[in-house]
Design a protein around this ligand. Sequence first.
Ligand code: ADP
Ligand code: ZN
Ligand code: ZN
Length: 729
Amino acid sequence: MAVIRVALDIPVYDLFDYLIADNEPISIGDRVIVPFGHRKLSGIVLEISTSSKITQERLKTIINIPKDMPPLMGDIINLAKFCSSYYHQPIGEVVHAALPTIMRKNQPYQSRISEEWLYADLKNELLPKLSRSPAKLKLYEALKKKPLNKIEIQNIGGGHAIKSLKIWEQQGYVTRRPIAPASAPTDVSTQFQPDVAPELNPEQKQAIDSISQEFNQFIVWLLQGITGSGKTEIYLRLIEKAIQAEKQVLMMVPEINLTPQLSQRIQARFSSAHMVNLHSGLTAQDRFQNWMQAQSGFASIILTTRLGVFTPLPRLGLIIIDEEHDPSYKQQEGIRYHARDVAIMRGKSAKIPVLLGSATPSLESLANVGQARYRHLLVSTRANPESKLPRVSLVDLRSIQLNDGLSDQVIRAIQLRIERGEQSMLFLNRRGFAPVLYCPGCGWISPCKRCSSNMVVHLYQKTLHCHHCGTVEPIPSSCPECGELDLRPIGMGTQRLETNLSKLFPQARILRIDRDNTQGKNIFNQIFNRIAMGDVDIILGTQMLTKGHDFPKLTLVIILNADSMLFSSDFRAQERLFTQLMQVSGRSGRAHLAGEVLIQTSFPAHPIFRAVQSQDFSTFAHTLLSERKNLGFPPYTFLAVLKAEASELAIALRFLKEVQDMAKSSHSKVTIFDPVPTFMYRRKNREYAQLLMQANQRTDLHQLLSRLLRQLPRHKEVKWHIDIDPVEV
Ligand code: ADP
Ligand code: ZN
Ligand code: ZN
């Protein structure tokens, strides 16, 4: 019997040894089903050996080898190993993150992949050989027109047709490939014209030339260019180059649903290259099929969210990460990793270029440029020469009366757009009708019983919602404390804004976009088509709207509650707000119509607003960077946070205190802060605390953690996880 070491999809750091019959063919990367306690689990073989530290009698034998997927490729296993050690996440869970969910089940999967046949255009023609068989001739002609699936082939050529095809296949005239799943990625509801590539401007050309000249080596390129500067055009040209070189391209975006335009643009440009999507919105079957097409090398372009960073790609030649600053690249649950950083590691071992693009690069990436680790490319003007940067004005709230939350200046500006047949967009980062319900009698405000937060008023549904745990309750008819009947919604959410706008502009067509009304497949496609067709006058919504859309008639952007984000304790708050304001203001005036941005604020002197007014990202970003340097924050120091949860805060804090003492005694170069309750310490009846660790050298932090995490005190009632390079502290 041989011994295999298996990575199981459970939160344990080690591999598990199993026995396997000597004559059973097995390779590294194979999926196996094994017994585990009373359960059956799926696992991936990472090592094959002849011996085990565990005595033979105690070793169990595997249940089976499903052979329902090809063995996981070595480079992906190595990437998973790297992530496991860098992020201190269990290897089994990381390896399984590389697989479609179907491959994580504990039974074999009956694949329903079907295939189609295509004619391979060779120099020597098949035709002369066919002259005497009308059936074969018919099949040949049909195949030359388009690829055919099995049923079509039998309809045309009868029962023997497949046999002929197999012979032609041996002779090299035809090939087979798996069929693209029906639901992805072509979307029937969106019509798009094959597009014609525009003439590049000098900056675009320079960026493309620089990368092309070093196309066969690992370099991280940071492409910084304001919205509308033609970054996507640069991606398209590089994708084209990669395809010509028969390479695969991994392109990552923060959220595919929010950016249907991008996938349309790629398809319009590369109608003959095969593109697949990978994201959580696909059915498990589709995700498996798309994954198979990626891992077999058949798909050339893989458009994906953070979860696709581990997709096996045998011909990978280029990685593109759009909106690289976006915090959603950081996986915040389960295994915690930063997809941008993993992608860079991947590019490094594959020796290929990695292109990061953004109008507002992350401070981490800018610092890497400063330290000559990344190369900087700048596109400084909008691609459309008629398109100008928007004019940004502040509306000083200290001296004026608001009308339903809006200033006169804002109301007049919207009115003007309606008269001109242009569009306005309003941002308010709060969904629901009002953030709290208030009792003027006793001062009661609507708390969530399970969280340390307030219930939000959803007036349309006549309910109170907790946005953290999902609790929904009817709006009480009187105050639960004092019986007062006149309870009042305080503050403004998107529903209230919508109501107010329809009172102010009764004729206008108003569209609200937030998480409450965007559930459902393809809803974003419909929404964006409506806006693009000019079917809407006023768009209002949450930060969902900040992602890169391009609406030619949108000339006014209004930002309503930026102030609520000005004074946060998170050291990244300023960066995040600035980035959002710059992104949002970039939405206006992208075509020939000039854009205007109005920001309502009580703090007009705040430097962040002046930076937005000058539309100068780099200067303010570098100011923030030097602040980080002076204060000893990332990217100049390295952080890890250990989070603990329990039924009571005191238990979580006590656990972390114990860890703190252990850590302090074992490593002097890492600063261990006192354990504290997390910002929202109570969620869903559980209470959370955290322990922050900081080091000037990454290696010190990792040395400490490698030891510490394997010997943490065991407390039945405490659950913990570690977050390396946390994005929220
Ligand atoms: P970004 O990705 O930086 O927001 P895009 O690549 O989407 O910018 O370009 C913005 C608009 O300008 C798009 O409509 C695009 O088709 C167009 N565009 C891009 N490059 C050029 C160019 N060189 N000449 C003319 N139009 C261009
Ligand atoms: Zn009351
Ligand atoms: Zn709650």
